[in-house]
Design a protein around this ligand. Sequence first.
Ligand code: ADP
Length: 525
Amino acid sequence: MLRLATKTNAFKNPRTMAAFGGSLRLYSSLPLSQTITLPSGQSYEQPTGLFINGEFVKSLQHKTFEVINPSTEEEICHVYEARKDDVDLAVDAAHKAFHSEWSQCDPAVRGKYLLDLADLMEANKDTLSAIESMDNGKALPMAQGDVGLVINYLRYCAGWADKLSGKLIDTGSNYFNYIKREPIGVCGQIIPWNFPLLMWSWKIGPALAAGNTVVLKTAESTPLSALYAAKLAQEVGIPKGVINIVSGFGKITGEAISTHPKIKKVAFTGSTATGKHIMKAAADSNLKKVTLELGGKSPNIVFNDADVKKAVQNLIVGIFYNSGEVCCAGSRVFIQEGIYDEVLEEFKTAAEHLKVGNPFEEGVFQGAQTSQQQLTKILGYVDAGKQEGATLVTGGERLGTKGYFVKPTIFSDVKPEMKIYSEEIFGPFAVVTKFKTADEVIELANDSEYGLAAGIHTKSLDTATYVANKLEAGTVWINTYNDFHPAMPFGGFKQSGIGREMGEQAFENYTQWKAVRIGINNGPQ
Ligand code: ADP
């Protein structure tokens, strides 16, 4: 293998590498798959090519980039990097597939493909979970949970494929009217690195069920599980060109997708700043339909009458699940004054008991942050919290020197004017604020540019429904948190997004209504 890339620490982080436009990373003979030994000891064959028109292929310019294991900071492998010319090929393949039988066939056929894919994923769930854990850094049980959600969601979408019906509209006997849903066409999909495979399924499941074809870009730091899943899609015989996976960087591959004239819709999950950029690019190019699932700073509220043990469990799951790399993380914790000291003490104790470390080690709850950049960002917010006068209750430092591990962190005495209160940190970092009344906490909770999710912990149905009705959030969890179901739509109010994923609502984003009005001459001619 000829390696022309210069490897220095500066190039270890794919994001740093992006700044160099990829010009220093060129493997002229990177094979299209590589045997990788997982930390669990199991070996598997990792596809490294772009997945275009049903085949794994080298990128046209033969550029590759390095994939890092965030728990060890060591290289896992390289994968091929898509540039604009590769995206063009992928779009052509998706366009051709869309205009062939895929969009025209009996929808039950599409449903069957999704069911077959879900079954094959289930048969490969151990490999998929281990790949995800190695590539993203999340604890293995979390990755196993993700894969379970992926399988359920694909099955859920399969169930919808032949039920996306239209209806007949009666406007009197001189007309026969019907409305029907039609797929949109080639959909560009850009996904983040916190739930690589789950976001793959949230994007691909409804798009395919509704008859669209896709060109999906994975995040530059976590491309592996999507490529492996593409191999499974190939094995179940999903027609060529229906799914295309282009690994690559935001400013190059992502930009090529959001500006592409033949892509009719773009679906994005990631930061609010990037979402705004993509929306502009989509409008300026060909006014693509846009769905965005963006950032959050979600309130998780504990009332005096809450079951303390359960509430604390939900605070823990709310902010430390998936190493806090969750757009809907319950990162702003509000505790009512009557129970404040008790809940804060229990929250601190529970956080200090969480096992952080090697994602493959038994009992580990919190693995590594996905990148050096994230680790640095989190530690920067620790400094900001201290400088702004908040109280560090626990954590606030890196764990070890190898791997991007950070201790579960809680700050108390946090005021709305502090940076750590209002900005999305995207790590295991909770800020705690005391409140007196329901109306006061509603105002505090809603005082955010975001509105993705919220949690309420109380035994009172009156309190729960009163507060739930007033919170500006796309999802409200009561006496639970980070609790997803394929049938429940997910998406944001305010700057947390546009459109919904999952549930019946997801299909609104992947279909367009056609109204057909037929004039009828009354009586025989
Ligand atoms: P982060 O900064 O935390 O990585 P982003 O929202 O920037 O979060 O990244 C989420 C996804 O968006 C990734 O797949 C990334 O490559 C992609 N992305 C980043 N910038 C752009 C862009 N300008 N156009 C399209 N996609 C982008």
